[in-house]
Design a protein around this ligand. Structure first.
Ligand SMILES: *[C@@H]1O[C@H](CO)[C@@H](O)[C@H](O)[C@H]1NC(C)=O
Ligand SMILES: *[C@@H]1O[C@H](CO)[C@@H](O)[C@H](O)[C@H]1NC(C)=O
Ligand SMILES: *[C@@H]1O[C@H](CO)[C@@H](O)[C@H](O)[C@H]1NC(C)=O
Ligand SMILES: *[C@@H]1O[C@H](CO)[C@@H](O)[C@H](O)[C@H]1NC(C)=O
Ligand SMILES: *[C@@H]1O[C@H](CO)[C@@H](O)[C@H](O)[C@H]1NC(C)=O
Ligand SMILES: *[C@@H]1O[C@H](CO)[C@@H](O)[C@H](O)[C@H]1NC(C)=O
Ligand SMILES: *[C@@H]1O[C@H](CO)[C@@H](O)[C@H](O)[C@H]1NC(C)=O
Length: 334
C-alpha cells in the first residue's frame, strides 16, 4: 500500500469515527428531548389507581435508588432577628433537605387500572416520590414542628411531564449548574425571594429572566409549568413527621419484572426545586442563604440495585464499543 493511500484510508477511518460519534450524539440528543410521560399520585391513589397505602409502603420498604440534598434553612422555631440588628442574617440549622426515592418494579396491587397479565407474566410499574424535609431538631414534644409565627415559605416545583426534557440534567450534581449559569441561578433565587416576602409565590420563569433566557434551550425545563406553593407557620406545623411530599409519580407504561427501560428513563430525571424562606416580622428579603435552588435526582443505589440510567450499561461504554468495532475493521482493512 502506498503511503498516500494509507493516509487516505486513515483519514477515512478517522472520518468514520467522527461521523459515527455524531450519529450517536444525534440519536442521544433526540432521545433526551423526548416528552416525559408520567402518572401523578393523589392523596388517595398512587399511579394506576393503586391504593395510596400500598404505594407508600412499597416505596418505603423496597426502594432501588434514593437521593438526598441538604439545603440551608433557618431555625424557624426562633423569631426572626429584627432588621435593624441582623441584616437579614438568621441562624441557620442543619437538617433541611430534599429527598427522592425510586422503585423499579412496583406491583400493581389492587390497582383498578392495571393491564391484564399477559401470557408471559405479571405487570409492574416504576414509581417514586419527592419530599421536602425539615430538621428533626425543630420537632416539639408533640411530634410537630415548633414554628415561630412570622415564618413563611414558598416552594416552587416544575412539571416535567408533557414537556421535552433536557438530557443534560440527568447527570446534574444537584445544583442545576449542568444547564443553568451562576448568574441565572442567582437571578432566579432573587425573583423567588421577592415573591416570598410578598407571600405570593409567583414562579420565576427562565424566559422572562435575561440571564436565563440567554441560555436558550438548555434552560427550557425551567419554562415549563411551575407551581409556587405558599406555606405559613400554621401550615408548616401540620407537616407529618416534619416532611412534606411535593410529588409522587409513576410511569404510564407497565412492564414485566426486571425490564428497566422505565427505571432508566424516569428514574434518572433530576427534578428542579426552589425553596425560599421569609419572615413577616423581618419584612425585607432575608440573606441569600435563605433561598436555594436544587435539582433533585436519585443518585444512590441501595445495596443490590443499580442507579437509574446505568442498568443497561452506560453510554460512554457504548461509544467505546463502536469505536472498537471501527478499529477492528480498520486493522482488517490493512
Ligand atoms: C432554635 O431556636 C430555638 C428558640 O430560640 C432554640 O431553643 C433551639 O435551640 C434552636 N435550635 C437549634 C437546632 O439551633
Ligand atoms: C451573620 O452572623 C454571623 C455570625 O453571627 C456573622 O459572622 C456574619 O458576619 C453575619 N452576616 C451579616 C451579613 O450580618
Ligand atoms: C386488596 O383488596 C382486597 C379487597 O378490597 C383486600 O381484602 C386485600 O387485603 C387487598 N390486598 C392488599 C395487598 O392490600
Ligand atoms: C396561615 O394561613 C391561613 C390560611 O390562609 C390563615 O388562616 C392563618 O391565619 C395563617 N396563619 C398564620 C400563623 O399566619
Ligand atoms: C400536628 O400535625 C398534625 C398532622 O400531622 C395535625 O393534625 C395537628 O393539628 C398538628 N398539631 C398542631 C398543634 O399544630
Ligand atoms: C420494556 O418496557 C417498556 C415500557 O417501559 C416497553 O416499551 C418495552 O417494550 C419493554 N421491553 C421488553 C423487552 O419487553
Ligand atoms: C430493585 O430492588 C429489587 C429488590 O427489592 C431487586 O430485585 C431489583 O433487581 C432491583 N432493580 C434494580 C433496577 O436495581
Amino acid at each position: 500500500m502506498h503511503r498516500t493511500t494509507r493516509t487516505h484510508t486513515l483519514l477515512r477511518f478517522l472520518t468514520t469515527i467522527v461521523s459515527i460519534g455524531s450519529i450517536q450524539t444525534a440519536v442521544l440528543a433526540a432521545k433526551g428531548d423526548d416528552n416525559i410521560e408520567l402518572l401523578q399520585a393523589t392523596d388517595r391513589y398512587g399511579p394506576w389507581q393503586v391504593p395510596r397505602p400500598e404505594f407508600d409502603a412499597f416505596l418505603a420498604n423496597h426502594p432501588n435508588a434514593t437521593g438526598n440534598y441538604a439545603i440551608p434553612g433557618p431555625n424557624i422555631s426562633a423569631p426572626a432577628n429584627p432588621a435593624s440588628s441582623s441584616n437579614g442574617n438568621e441562624s441557620i440549622v442543619d437538617g433541611w433537605s430534599w429527598s427522592i426515592v425510586i422503585a423499579a418494579d412496583l406491583p400493581l396491587v389492587n390497582a383498578s387500572d392495571a393491564p391484564k397479565d399477559d401470557a408471559r407474566a405479571r405487570f409492574y410499574y416504576t414509581g417514586g416520590k419527592m419530599t421536602f424535609n425539615a430538621p428533626s431538631s425543630l420537632l416539639g414534644p408533640g411530634g410537630n414542628l415548633t414554628v415561630n409565627d412570622g415564618w413563611q415559605v414558598c416552594l416552587f416545583t416544575w412539571q416535567l411531564d408533557g414537556f421535552p426534557y433536557t438530557d443534560k440534567l440527568r447527570s446534574d450534581d444537584g445544583t442545576c449548574k449542568s444547564v443553568l449559569s451562576d448568574e441565572c441561578i442567582a437571578d432566579m433565587k432573587l425573583a423567588a425571594a421577592k415573591a416570598t416576602v410578598q407571600g405570593t409565590c409567583v414562579c420565576p420563569v427562565s424566559s422572562t429572566i435575561p440571564s436565563c433566557s440567554r441560555l436558550g434551550g438548555a434552560a427550557k425545563v425551567f419554562n415549563n409549568n411551575c407551581y409556587g406553593t405558599f406555606r405559613n407557620a400554621s401550615y408548616i406545623r401540620n407537616w407529618e413527621g416534619a416532611k412534606l411530599e411535593t410529588y409522587a409519580f409513576g410511569d404510564t407504561t407497565a412492564h414485566h419484572l426486571g425490564n428497566n427501560t422505565a427505571y432508566d428513563n424516569i428514574g434518572s430525571l433530576a427534578w428542579p426545586a426552589l425553596i425560599s424562606f421569609s419572615n413577616k416580622n423581618y419584612g425585607g428579603i432575608l440573606e441569600d442563604s435563605m433561598t436555594s435552588l436544587s435539582c433533585v435526582r436519585a443518585t444512590d443505589a441501595v445495596a443490590g440495585s443499580t442507579v437509574p440510567g446505568d442498568s443497561s450499561g452506560n453510554r460512554l461504554s457504548t461509544g467505546w464499543l463502536s469505536t472498537g468495532i471501527v478499529l477492528v475493521l480498520y486493522v482488517l482493512m490493512l
